[in-house]
Each structure stands twice: as C-alpha cells, then as structure tokens.
Design a protein around this ligand. Structure first.
Ligand SMILES: *[C@@H]1O[C@H](CO)[C@@H](O)[C@H](O)[C@H]1NC(C)=O
Ligand SMILES: *[C@@H]1O[C@H](CO)[C@@H](O)[C@H](O)[C@H]1NC(C)=O
Length: 196
C-alpha cells in the first residue's frame, strides 16, 4: 500500500518535469534539447576533445528529467565512430542502469572487463536514455586510462536515496526536497486513510 502510494505520487510528479536528460560529468559532445532524440549522439556527430576516463570504477553523472528511465551505455573503441559502429556496439552494452528518481543520477560504468578496453585506447561512450517516450542520445569522447589523473570521483552524486541503497547521499540537491515533499503528502494521504 505504502509502496503503491509512493509510486503513484512519483508518477504524478514526473509529469511536471521536462522529458530530457543532460550529462553533467564528464562533458558530452554537446546538448540540443530539440535534437536529443537523434541517434546516435543527439545531433553531435563529430568527435570533440577527449576526457580521460578511468578503466575501472568510472561513472557518468546525469540530470534526468524523467523519474524512471532505462539507460544503456555503449562503447565504441574507434578514433571516429560511425552510426553503424554505435548500432553494432549496442549488442554488447558496456553498462545498463535503471534509474528510479529524477535529477542527479550517478551511472556506474566499469570498463575493466570490456573487450579491447585498455590504457591509452580512444573511444566514444554513447548514452541511450529511454524514459518511456522516444529514446534520447548523448555521446562522450574519451581516452581510457588505468590512472585518470584529472578524474573527480566527487562528481558521482544522487539526488535522493535510491530505494535499494543503504546510505543517504550527503550531496543531495533540489531532488531531495521534491522527495521530502512527496513523503509529506504521502503521510497526509496515509493519515487520511487511517481516519476513515
Ligand atoms: C572541450 O574544450 C573546450 C575548450 O577548452 C571546453 O569548453 C569544452 O567544455 C570541452 N568539452 C569537453 C567535452 O570536454
Ligand atoms: C587519441 O585521440 C587523440 C585526440 O583525438 C589523438 O591525438 C591520439 O593520437 C589518439 N590516440 C590513439 C592511440 O589513437
């Protein structure tokens, strides 16, 4: 009962947020809200400057407009990938993550077991975000590194405590206020039920 009420409240809230997502860390090729549904890279089709991306314990930080989304992260190990390369890479995603909260979400991307991934190899990470309407795309050009000196692990934050996670994030932002608000409404609704 409590779970269902929470879920329906979350769904109600989701209609108020825009249905796109942005990559907040590391930098993507570029973002155009209107063209984000264009495969393979949301209309940014050429390689830009590369970020040194850690081979193990990497992540991509996004800002999600949807409460729920299924996300695939594909990796093409090419200097200059084509659309066909991304299509082929989708058969063996580097990571798959389902999120269940809007705003800040940290998506783990560990490439240490990915075929061909090793120190110094160039590639492009493609994020395919499916929030229930048309899929949205962003790309990040990278050089894989065993030791990515400039990588900032503190950029991995989540807006609210994931339902499966043990500890609340100390860096919660606007999203946690929304959830707190939702919980307040839920308490009021539950109290209403009990009063009946
Ligand atoms: C690429 O470099 C430019 C200029 O230094 C910078 O503004 C931009 O954010 C960089 N993009 C990425 C994806 O790192
Ligand atoms: C990786 O990409 C950079 C910049 O595009 C380039 O200078 C470098 O030679 C590439 N490295 C390899 C191993 O292809």
């Amino acid at each position: 009962m409590k779970f269902l009420a929470t879920t329906s409240l979350m769904l109600l809230c989701s209609t108020a947020v825009l249905g796109h997502f942005t990559v907040t860390y590391p930098g993507s090729r570029g973002f155009d809200e209107d063209k984000e549904p264009q495969a393979p890279c949301g209309s940014f089709d050429t390689v830009t400057n590369r970020t040194e991306f850690p081979l193990s314990k990497g992540f991509i930080e996004i800002d999600s407009g949807h409460v729920k989304a299924d996300i695939a992260i594909n990796l093409v190990l090419n200097q200059n990938p084509t659309s066909a390369d991304f299509t082929a890479a989708a058969a063996t995603p580097a990571a798959k993550v389902s999120i269940a909260q809007p705003d800040a979400n940290c998506l783990p991307v560990d490439l240490s077991a990915f075929a061909g991934a090793k120190d110094g190899v160039n590639g492009t990470l493609q994020i395919v975000y499916n929030g229930g309407d048309s899929p949205l795309y962003q790309c990040i050009d990278v050089t894989l590194k065993s030791n990515a000196a400039a990588w900032d692990p503190s950029k991995c934050t989540n807006a609210a405590t994931p339902t499966t996670g043990p500890t609340p994030s100390p860096t919660g932002s606007a999203g946690s206020n929304k959830v707190t608000g939702a919980i307040a409404v839920l308490v009021a609704v539950t109290a209403g039920f009990l009063a009946l």
